[in-house]
Design a protein around this ligand. Sequence first.
Ligand code: FES
Length: 84
Amino acid sequence: MKIKVCVGTTCHLMGSAAVIEEINNFPEELMNKIELSYATCFDVCHGMMKPPVIRINDKFFENVEPENVKEIIENYMKEVPGAD
Ligand code: FES
């Protein structure tokens, strides 16, 4: 599963670094399923989506925080069979 976290200015100011830190602290079992990378801006932060924004495979998620990122990823894995 490919996870791309936006580290562009707007997402950074809204806390994307803390989201990355949280992901990096996931249990190894979950980390083994994740290919983590970064984006400089998805061009969705200007009124389309609330930052921080991440993309899991081809789907965008907004307002991602350290407190909800694991749940977002686990829900995605349940909704999209074979996503992991
Ligand atoms: S800075 Fe993150 S989507 Fe634009």
